[in-house]
Each structure stands twice: as structure tokens, then as C-alpha cells.
Design a protein around this ligand. Structure first.
Ligand SMILES: NC(=O)c1ccc[n+]([C@@H]2O[C@H](COP(=O)([O-])OP(=O)(O)OC[C@H]3O[C@@H](n4cnc5c(N)ncnc54)[C@H](O)[C@@H]3O)[C@@H](O)[C@H]2O)c1
Length: 427
């Protein structure tokens, strides 16, 4: 099933990319670096201006790397030029509605607009994470409004993006890429295209199998994080150190995979994607209990963390009301500035409701507009705080010196385990 793809000669190939966020911009740069002409489209004019001026807004792509690729990228808010592309990759967001149901608006808008300029012979690949059936049942009909038939006049496939922002040990090139086309020819064309930027391509038999592969990967993480989070809440009551238990279990050389507890799940993927499948499952008279339960447990974590703050302050004879709390790290994971669904935001909100005075330090997030907060210098807020709360442990932040200087530290990430200081409480 898995092949090592042969690197193919690039005779001025043209690749269109719709949606230039965490997924689309790295793909655009990767194809440009292979000598392809990239037609990049986004509805956000600020992103287009930023690309044109060589200023990257994605941590994984340096501005220098973007500028080096710029000769091969033409970015615009207009779809018309996509008619010149040999292949078009759709990388738009797939969020949830307020009722936590799939919101396919960006996907439908982009497929409809692409349908207006679609050409016979083009390959279209959906990369956005979504439920099984989306490519065939939602995207194909919109593209077919062009009068062209999917699988006959143009090729259509699904290939999930596996980018993990901030990760450096695996790249787009070294992470195997799963591809499932509407027909064998659709699959083969997508395999050939991705062979330019990925070393290994994994074929599956249909877009549905590829769509579900991505969801399985994310649900696997969500369920395992929930399991260790639930245990963290239990060990808190039992007086057992969850980190010690995870470390010990992780010494088993087989049959165990390490997952760490934390303040809850964040980002665009894990808190969102599993619910695409549970929504779809209802059409098949199935309720996906693991997904729902994992969602519930992970959503509880910010409340559990706030209860720990209350207890830590209480032990020091203080109430939350009026206490100064310095939050360290507000993005959803280390090394990135993405605050989407970040549990830190929920924790700040809950502590504010209890009357705490909040400040934060995050080298990747200069402002939290909705909470009307700005990142303040680390030394200043730690010196001033009654409690320092490590929510996201960014690289480059000296947590050891924080642990030595702060009155109380509540560490939700286990980074203080080796410090041997007495004023630290951990999740
Ligand atoms: N961020 C990740 O780590 C990651 C990893 C794997 C998969 N994914 C999936 O990839 C997809 C994209 O995620 P992302 O993180 O890159 O999102 P993003 O929000 O960073 O980027 C999406 C871009 O699409 C643009 N857009 C929205 N509607 C559009 C339209 N109609 N036409 C053109 N452009 C439009 C937005 O302006 C934005 O720039 C999602 O389905 C996500 O679940 C994301």
C-alpha cells in the first residue's frame, strides 16, 4: 500500500492552493521550492498582502524562506487564475457551528467558486479535515456545476494534511501522505503530484477511507489525552503523582504510548475534528461514545485546573478574589502563537469571574484582544504575582527561574518535575 515515490521532473508545473493558513502556506512554499508555479488564493486580503511583501505569518515558514520562494508564487483573492493550474488543493477551515455541528461554509464557498473556473483535465484535492463522504457528496456536485463530470472530465481526491505546527523532527517531506481518489486515475494523479513534495505516499481505496484516516488519527489523540486527563483528576484525589505514573508506564517497551495530562485540548484540530465524525455517525444510527466522552473529559480540565488554583491559594491563606495570577503561555501548544480553542483562554475567563487579577506572558502571543490583555515581561509579572500558573511551556521561557522566584507555582505541564523547589504544585 505504501510506496516510496520517484521524484519526477518538474516541467513548469502549475499548482493552485486555496486557503493560505497553517496548511496552505507551507504547501505553497513547498511546491514553489520544487520549481512549480503556485497560484495561491485566499479571501483574506491581509494574508495576500503579507505574502506579496514576503512577510510570513506562520511560525513554521520563516519570512526568509517565503521570500526565496516568492518568484514562484502569485497570491490573490481572485479565483480566476486557478483556471491555469494543473492541480488545485483546497485547504480552507472546517470549523464547528455554535451548536457544534460541521460548518462547511468555507468549503462550500471555495468549491463553488472553483467550479466557476474549473477546466477539463484538472486535478482537485481536498486537504481540509472533514467527515467521510464530504469529497464525493459535497465537493464533487459543486465542482460539477461547471458541466464537467468528476472522475471523467476532471480528477478529484482527498488527501489529509498532517502538519503539526511547531514540530521540526517531521516535515511535509518526511511525513507520509495519504491519498484516496474518486477513481484509480484520480488517485494516481494525486500520488504523482504529491510525490514532488513528499517522500512517501500511502494510497487508500477511496476519498472516504482517506477522510476517516485523518479523523482516526485525531480521535486517537483526543481519547488518549482524555484517558490520562481523567487519571490526573483521580490521582489528584488519591494523592498520587500522575507524572511519576506516566513516566513509569512509558518505560514499557511495547503496548503503551505516552500521552501527558494537561489543561485541556486546544487548536483547530483536536477539539473540533472528532465531532465531524460523531455528527456523521448519527446519520448511521450510531452514537460515537468514545468521541463524546473524550470531549467531555477534556472540556472539564480547565475547571479542574481552576479548582487547583483555588486550593493552592487557599493553602497559602488567600482567596482567588483579589489575588494576582500570572499566566505563563496562552497559546494552545508550545512554540506556536495559535490561541484557537486554547484552554488558557477558558482558565483566564474562569479566574476572572472569580475575581482574580490576571496578567500573562507569552512570547508568541502579544495580545489577547477579546480578554483585553497584553503580554507583559516575565520577570515583572512573576515578581508581582501571588501565583504563577504555567499553562503552556514555551521553549525559551526559563521556568526554573520562575519556580525559584514565584511565591507559588502551579505547573499544568509537568515542566518543573526536576527542579526540586518547594513552592510548586503540579497537575
Ligand atoms: N492547523 C493544523 O495544524 C492542521 C493540521 C492538519 C489539518 N488541518 C486542517 O486543514 C484545514 C485548514 O486549517 P488551517 O489551520 O490551515 O486553517 P487556517 O484558518 O490557518 O487557514 C485557512 C485559510 O483559508 C482561508 N479561507 C477561508 N475561506 C476561504 C475561501 N472561501 N476561499 C479562499 N480562502 C478561504 C482563510 O482566510 C485562511 O487563511 C482545516 O480543515 C484543518 O482542520 C489543520
Amino acid at each position: 500500500m505504501s510506496i516510496r515515490s520517484r521524484k519526477l521532473p518538474v516541467a513548469m508545473r502549475t499548482v493552485g492552493i486555496i486557503g493560505l493558513g497553517y496548511v496552505g502556506l507551507p504547501l505553497a512554499v513547498a511546491f514553489a521550492e520544487e520549481g512549480c508555479e503556485v497560484i495561491a488564493v485566499d479571501v483574506d486580503a491581509r494574508k495576500i498582502e503579507s505574502i506579496a511583501s514576503g512577510a510570513s505569518y506562520i511560525e513554521d515558514i520563516s519570512s526568509e524562506r517565503l521570500r526565496d520562494a516568492l518568484d514562484h508564487i502569485s497570491a490573490s483573492t481572485r479565483y480566476a487564475k486557478l483556471a491555469e493550474a494543473e492541480a488545485v488543493l483546497i485547504c480552507v477551515p472546517t470549523p464547528l457551528t455554535a451548536n457544534r455541528e460541521p460548518d462547511l461554509t468555507p468549503l462550500i464557498d471555495s468549491a463553488r467558486e472553483l467550479g466557476e473556473v474549473l477546466q477539463a483535465g484538472q486535478l482537485v484535492v481536498l486537504e481540509s479535515t472533514t467527515y467521510p463522504g464530504t469529497t464525493r457528496e459535497r465537493v464533487a456536485p459543486l465542482l460539477e456545476e461547471s458541466g464537467l463530470a468528476a472522475g471523467r472530465d476532471f480528477n478529484l481526491a482527498f488527501s489529509p494534511e498532517r502538519v503539526d505546527p511547531g514540530r521540526t523532527d517531521f516535515t511535509l517531506r518526511t511525513t507520509p501522505k495519504v491519498v484516496g481518489g474518486l477513481t484509480d486515475t484520480c488517485t494516481e494523479r494525486a500520488v504523482e503530484l504529491y510525490g514532488l513534495v513528499c517522500d512517501e505516499i500511502v494510497r487508500v481505496s477511496s476519498p472516504e477511507a482517506a477522510e476517516l484516516t485523518k479523523l482516526l488519527e485525531n480521535i486517537f489523540r483526543s481519547v488518549n489525552i482524555a484517558l490520562v486527563n481523567e487519571l490526573a483528576m483521580l490521582t489528584d484525589r488519591m494523592g498520587i503523582d500522575i507524572w511519576e505514573v506516566v513516566d513509569a508506564a512509558a518505560t514499557k517497551p511495547y503496548g503503551f504510548m505516552r500521552f501527558e495530562p494537561g489543561p485541556g485540548m486546544g487548536g483547530h484540530c483536536l477539539p473540533v475534528d472528532p465531532f465531524y465524525l460523531s455528527w456523521r455517525a448519527r446519520e448511521f444510527d450510531m452514537s460515537t461514545e468514545f468521541i463524546e466522552l473524550a470531549g467531555q473529559v477534556n472540556a472539564q480540565m480547565p475547571y479542574h485546573c481552576v479548582a487547583k488554583v483555588q486550593r493552592a491559594l487557599n493553602d497559602a491563606g488567600r482567596a482567588v478574589r483579589g489575588s494576582r495570577i500570572a499566566v505563563l503561555g496562552v497559546s494552545y501548544k508550545p512554540g506556536v502563537g495559535d490561541t484557537r480553542e486554547s484552554p488558557a483562554l477558558k482558565i483566564v475567563e474562569l479566574l476572572r469571574d472569580l475575581g482574580a487579577e490576571l496578567s500573562y506572558h507569552d512570547p508568541y502571543v502579544p495580545k489577547l484582544n477579546d480578554l483585553e490583555l497584553e503580554s507583559a515581561p516575565l520577570d515583572e509579572i512573576v515578581a508581582d504575582a501571588d501565583l504563577a500558573l504555567i499553562v503552556t511551556a514555551h521553549p525559551g521561557v526559563d521556568h526554573e527561574s520562575v519556580a525559584k522566584r514565584a511565591r507559588i507555582v502551579l505547573d499544568l505541564r509537568g515542566v518543573t518535575r526536576s527542579y526540586g523547589v518547594g513552592n510548586v504544585v503540579r497537575l
